[in-house]
Ligand binder design. Structure first.
Ligand code: PLP
Length: 440
């Protein structure tokens, strides 16, 4: 029992934050931390930005809240148009929410209302990957493939059909293409067994986030899934809660692969840690059918409020003005090179993977067999604690679903400068050296 009134998760006592600026946070004892994971891969522009503050203050002075059924508001309209533009016009309609889980929840509900509106009410099931993470509300949890989070709720959620995605680190197939083809064939078989006419949509992250340690799925797989969805007659929902708004070096990760979703969700980087805002984007014809059939039966009080949307607009403007997609690609290359150099020093670094400024480092007990560390050893937590002692925040996770073991994410703000990447790698190097000594 602690004397804090707050409860989140079991874990060590945390330092109290004092203030933050750029890529650095300070605690109340004066210790500085380089934000190597943008909080929860959300503070994509770094901390303490005057431009975002000014945009928010200006909106607060005008009007902070209006309800979406009472008024249109200029920031929501402008942010909606801006998001549509970022998809190159592929998706024409936007519905605002306050978080990633809400965005996923909204996508699932819009997809269901679409199949009802198009006279296919027998479509009742979603397909998703294991492992995956799509949020913590019961609907989003139903499509999430992450055992520790699902376990207490399996009887309360509407579980999706969970299938395996490609694993370019551990597969035993002749080559990557053969592996992808086999995984796609198995997925097709699983959907055929479940009944293609029962599937509403396939939901997946085009580049994995925390649940897989930035696992890449690749163009061949994503194009295969797009074709499979078309064959099955179901929708493709891409979850870009974590990858959207530039994290991988393009506005959205699907733009690397040319695979256009029917529905797209995004959140974290849209408010960039300054205010909660997320969005569901959808094709016009999908929305039109739902609207013509009684409207979208869904909504949240704070959805599309002017303050949230003014924040999102200021974030997009900053990414454009400061050419942060270019910076993400350049600093991402620097970070990748540094991570690979560190990885060569230690046999327990099994795999380094990622794109842009989204990097995952997987730890293994045995590099030859790629055997993960035993779960109870909590290696991911140890290395994260050592990094924190060295003044570096990284994002830890262990996946218990048989694909990946311990891993951590390195996902600094898209604003990070070359010298700061150097500092990040130095601190990570010191943490890794200490972790190695502790293993010996
Ligand atoms: N989807 C993905 C891919 C995520 O990474 C997350 C959060 O980590 C979510 C959904 C849920 O977002 P939120 O925590 O904002 O509800």
């Amino acid at each position: 029992m602690t004397d804090s009134p707050l409860f989140y998760q079991a874990g060590p006592t945390l330092p109290e934050v004092s203030h933050a600026d750029g890529v650095t946070l300070w605690d109340t004892r004066g210790k500085a931390y380089l934000d190597g994971c943008s909080g929860a891969i959300s503070c994509n522009l770094g901390h303490g930005r005057q431009d975002i503050r000014n945009a928010m203050l200006a909106q607060l002075d005008r009007v902070a809240f209006t309800y979406r059924t009472q008024f249109e508001n200029a920031p929501a309209l402008a942010l909606g148009r801006a998001l549509v533009e970022l998809t190159d016009g592929a998706l024409e309609k936007v519905f605002f929410v306050c978080s990633g889980s809400e965005a996923v929840e909204s996508a699932l509900k819009l997809a269901r209302q679409y199949v009802v509106a198009t006279d296919e009410p027998q479509r009742r099931r979603f397909v998703s990957l294991r492992p995956s993470y799509h949020g913590s509300t019961l609907g989003a949890l139903g499509v999430t493939g992450y055992h520790p989070l699902e376990a207490p709720f399996t009887e309360l959620t509407h579980a999706s059909l969970k299938v395996a995605g490609p694993d370019f680190y551990r597969h035993q197939d002749a080559d990557d293409d053969a592996h992808v083809d086999r995984v796609l064939a198995e997925t097709r078989t699983a959907i055929e067994a479940a009944g293609p006419e029962s599937i509403i949509a396939f939901i997946l992250e085009p580049v994995g986030g925390a649940s897989t340690g930035a696992r890449l799925l690749g163009e061949r797989y994503l194009k295969g899934i797009r074709a499979l969805c078309d064959d099955v007659g179901c929708l493709l929902i891409l979850d870009e809660v974590l990858t959207g708004l530039g994290r991988t070096g393009t506005w959205f990760a699907w733009q690397h692969y040319g695979v256009i979703p029917d529905l797209l969700v995004t959140a974290k980087g849209l408010g960039a840690g300054y205010y909660p805002v997320g969005a569901l984007l959808a094709r016009d014809d999908i929305v039109s059918k739902v609207m013509a059939n009684g409207g979208f039966q869904h909504g949240h009080t704070y959805a599309g409020n002017p303050l949230a949307c003014a924040t999102g607009l200021a974030v997009i403007e900053a990414i454009r003005r400061e050419r942060l997609l270019d910076n993400t690609r350049a600093r991402g290359e620097q970070l990748e090179a540094g991570l690979r150099t560190l990885a060569e020093r230690y046999p327990w670094v099994g795999h380094v993977r990622g794109l842009g400024l989204l990097w995952g480092v997987e730890l293994v007990a045995d590099p030859a067999t790629r055997q993960p560390f035993p779960a109870g050893q909590n290696r991911f937590a140890q290395i994260t604690a050592l990094a924190k002692e060295e003044g570096l925040l990284i994002y830890p996770r262990r996946t218990l679903d048989g694909v990946a073991g311990d891993h951590f994410l390195v996902t600094p703000p898209l604003t990070i400068r070359a010298q700061e990447v150097g500092t990040l790698l130095e601190r990570l190097g010191r943490a890794m050296a200490r972790f190695d000594q502790a293993l010996a």
